[in-house]
Design a binder for this molecule. Structure first.
Ligand SMILES: [Zn+2]
Length: 164
């Protein structure tokens, strides 16, 4: 109980500030390829003010804002590579920006044909949106893996990016 209170207190004393975000992002963005670094300039990274419990997803994208939660910083502190999370969120942003209709990319057969493979093995929910974001991140960060295991996703992304 006391531990819990202290944890709550320390979170109140140490909020995720914009300064803290900027400092961390400088390091994290440097690990991304130029295309993603440029894409990241189109969005802002802000603290997730709603993350009172620390139970929110590590990051989420809404419009041109990528919200970072306490968990994101905890992962970073634990030396978990977090640039993949940023690449994934940029995938959501890119899909919105380019107004990509995933129903056109996927088969019209309901619910979806797993063109991007079932990426659930990486802990990503099995939805078109999430698979796209994860395939997008993999295309930039682990292209050999994507090409080997999800060749259709790889070539779909190649086409999308060539026509951008
Ligand atoms: Zn996502």
């Amino acid at each position: 109980m006391l531990k819990h209170s202290l944890k709550m207190l320390s979170k109140e004393l140490e909020p995720i500030t914009q300064e803290k975000i900027n400092e961390l992002l400088t390091k994290v963005l440097a690990q991304l390829p130029p295309f993603l670094q440029n894409l990241a300039k189109e969005v802002t990274f802000e603290p997730n003010e709603l993350d009172m419990s620390g139970q929110m997803p590590e990051a989420h994208q809404k419009g041109t804002v990528i919200y970072l939660s306490e968990k994101f910083f905890d992962l970073y502190k634990d030396s978990v590579p977090v640039h993949g999370i940023i690449a994934h969120e940029l995938g959501h942003y890119y899909k919105e920006k380019m107004k990509l209709n995933l129903n056109n990319i996927y088969s019209r057969q309901p619910p979806y044909n797993h063109l991007f493979g079932s990426l659930g093995i990486r802990g990503v929910p099995d939805t078109n949106e999430e698979e796209f974001a994860e395939a997008f991140a993999s295309y930039f960060l682990d292209p050999a893996w994507l090409q080997q295991y999800y060749p259709e996703a790889y070539s779909a992304l190649e086409d999308i990016l060539a026509n951008a």
